[in-house]
Design a protein around this ligand. Structure first.
Ligand code: F6P
Length: 328
């Protein structure tokens, strides 16, 4: 048990929801209780902090949520919190409620808010990376990423069944606002012919050449996974261009969209979220803040929030090579 002087810690989820956020809230709440700290949940992210949507939790308040997708606290992208005035209002709520620390579960936008809140008002904040995009520096995986990968692979497997039945070319757009981790990994796992990601310059001539090579190699259907952040002008434009230049292809487009954010969290995400929720509370109790907790090489590690926000995880060039080799 800790002898920390912290008596009350708040927890919120912010930005895009991700499967496993509930498990992270549960772990945060229960770690607080384990250490004799009162956990306070904030509904609807920073909006709830501004509007005083607070609720004291007990261990049973988070029963039966570890297996649920989404976030039972709800999330929001809050414009008002981007302003100094908004953050001052949020801090006033935190102060009135005697919150001495805040666990923020979210992505880089949420961490930027946490960093300002701490810098401007001195509220101790710790970040827990929760986003399906896996685009946060300082952790090998973000909460929700593994579940999203499995959802996407399952969907592409189904599309493959119909693609092969009709000799069709399928362009499948997956999420990942500025990052190609979902596209690259699901593309490999689902046997995609081509994978287009924002980290790599893609060009339509190369794509045409690859498709023609595939045709010559005896492939009668193809799956092309396109990350939503890819700069090729959008998945519909790509499909139109390919059909125009090669009328023998019947191109179809599927945008997987928000289905990728839903569903039961995988075992991996539940364990990751549980570890990081506990780590976040213990970080605050240890007197540290302004950091994000993550996992690198199976170990819990801490990264300053400004580094977590400003640095980028690199796409694994070895994986890119593997993707190329296995599509011959
Ligand atoms: O950051 C997670 C994410 O799902 C991105 O992949 C996607 O671009 C974005 O959120 C969509 O956000 P919203 O649900 O607000 O439209």
């Amino acid at each position: 048990m800790s002898d920390s002087r912290l008596k009350r810690i708040g927890v919120l989820t912010s930005g895009g929801d991700a499967p496993g956020m509930n498990a992270a809230i549960r772990a945060t709440v229960r770690a607080c209780i384990y250490h004799g700290v009162e956990p306070v949940a904030i509904r609807q992210g920073y909006k709830g902090l501004i509007e005083n949507a607070l609720e004291v939790m007990n261990a049973r308040s988070v029963a039966n949520i570890i297996n649920k997708g989404g976030t039972f606290l709800k999330s929001a992208r809050c414009e008002e919190f981007r302003t100094k005035e908004g953050r001052a209002k949020a801090f006033a709520t935190a102060k009135a409620a005697n919150l001495e620390g805040l666990v923020v579960i979210g992505g880089d936008g949420s961490f930027t808010g946490a960093m300002y809140l701490e810098q401007e008002h001195g509220l101790a904040c710790v970040g827990v990376p929760g986003t399906i995009d896996n685009d946060i520096y300082g952790t090998d995986c973000t909460i929700g990423y593994d579940t999203a990968l499995n959802t996407v692979v399952e969907a592409i497997d189904k599309i493959r069944d119909t693609a092969t039945s009709h000799n069709r070319l399928f362009f499948i757009e997956v999420m990942g606002r500025d990052a190609g981790f979902i596209a690259l990994n699901t593309g490999i796992a689902a046997g995609a012919e081509e994978i287009l990601i924002p980290e790599q310059e893609n060009n339509i001539d190369n794509l045409m050449t690859e498709l023609q090579n595939s045709g010559r190699a005896g492939k009668s259907s193809s799956i092309i996974v396109v990350s939503e952040g890819d700069a090729s002008g959008g998945v519909f434009e790509l499909a139109r261009t390919v059909e125009k230049r090669c009328p023998q292809y019947e191109a179809k487009v599927t945008v997987l969209g928000h289905i990728q954010r839903g569903g039961k969290p995988s075992c991996f995400d539940r364990v990751l979220a549980s570890r990081l929720g506990v780590a976040a509370v213990e970080t605050l109790l240890g007197g540290e803040s302004g950091v994000m907790v993550g996992v690198r090489d199976q170990q819990v590690v801490k990264t300053d929030l400004d580094r977590a926000i400003s640095k980028q995880n690199m796409i694994d060039s070895h994986l890119m090579r593997v993707a190329k080799i296995i599509t011959v």
